[in-house]
Design a protein around this ligand. Structure first.
Ligand SMILES: Nc1ncnc2c1ncn2[C@@H]1O[C@H](COP(=O)(O)OP(=O)(O)OP(=O)(O)O)[C@@H](O)[C@H]1O
Length: 294
């Protein structure tokens, strides 16, 4: 359905993407993960046909993303990373304008999406926060009910409740057989919505895998507060991978060997223990070792 083949774009400053290849199957929700500046937007803009590649190609449903850009853009739902609107329109006026451009008469879906995202549709766009504009962008992309949707960091600016509503929307659209490609720098979000993901780092794809396989490589950390120096000594002689974080605090890194950590901690008095949310960084560290962070 979506096919990216050896796509390369080198900007005049030498930055860009190199030899990027991946495929998204029909009906699949595919995550495109990478830190800021990794090349996500550049790749997605090629899919929209906005830029010429230095080499390689991209296609959607057999159509060439550059040559057949107009045809692709008409059918696709797209939320860009930086959304530019007609600032003097209200949210409702903008959405009506888009519907008119597309010749769409049935506004039921638009109304449902406005309710889902609790859009204050009478507010002028120039007076909207980043999160409010993001909601308008999401509604505009989904209201046409497109079969293929490309989302560039779709939840940036959204508060946790709206992020949850977004995840629910993707789950619903997935069950309706939509093909979705979404970029993110947050593992959690991709974990909740996608079956597979590609990871991009410094312009190059480093992995394309099912999410559960990516997570198997995850280096999970636990920050543990111990009661005494004697407990610290147990950790020090345990063979566990850890970093001291304070006089009686350690961060223990685990890669599937949870039982080793639990056995060691069973001999200690643990005052407090927390596992910070899993990050993209931890996947990289799991794959390449702690010295190769992002
Ligand atoms: N028009 C441009 N001219 C020159 N360099 C560019 C241009 N657009 C992007 N870059 C550079 O190409 C690299 C990839 O940028 P890109 O915006 O695709 O990354 P990204 O993964 O989407 O990151 P972000 O989440 O920060 O937008 C970065 O080093 C960026 O500075």
């Amino acid at each position: 359905m979506i096919k990216v083949e050896s796509l390369t774009k080198i900007y005049s400053n030498g930055k860009g993407i190199r030899d990027v290849s991946f495929e998204v199957q029909e009906g699949e929700v595919f995550g495109f993960l990478g830190p800021n500046g990794a090349g996500k937007t550049t790749t997605l803009r090629h899919l929209m046909g906005f830029i010429n590649p230095s080499s390689g190609k991209a296609s959607i449903n057999g159509l060439d993303c550059r040559k057949d850009a107009a045809q692709i853009q008409k059918k696709l739902g797209y939320v860009p990373g930086e959304i530019a609107f007609y600032e003097n329109m209200t949210g409702a006026q903008f959405l009506t304008f888009i519907d008119e451009l597309r010749g769409r008469k049935d506004h039921t879906r638009r109304a449902q999406l406005m309710t889902r995202f609790e859009l204050e549709s009478d507010r002028k766009i120039r007076k909207m926060s980043k999160g409010m504009k993001q909601k308008v962008g999401l509604i505009a992309a989904f209201m046409n009910d497109p079969a293929v949707i490309i989302l560039d960091e779709p939840t940036s600016g959204l508060d946790p409740l709206m992020q949850k509503r977004f995840v629910e929307l993707i789950t619903l659209e997935r069950s309706r057989g939509k093909t979705i490609l979404m970029s993110s720098h947050m593992l959690d979000e991709i974990d909740q919505t996608c079956e597979r993901a590609g990871i991009i780092r410094e312009g190059e794809i480093v992995a394309v895998e099912k999410i559960h396989i990516l997570k198997e490589g995850l280096l999970q950390s636990f920050v543990v507060t111990l009661a005494s120096e004697a407990d610290m000594a147990i950790i020090q002689s345990s063979g566990l991978d850890y970093t001291p974080k304070g006089p009686l605090i350690v961060e223990i890194f685990v890669k599937q060997n949870y039982h080793d950590m639990l056995r060691t901690l069973a001999d200690c008095k643990v005052i407090h223990m927390v596992s910070p949310p899993q990050t993209l960084e931890q996947i990289f560290m799991g794959f390449y070792g702690k010295e190769h962070s992002l």
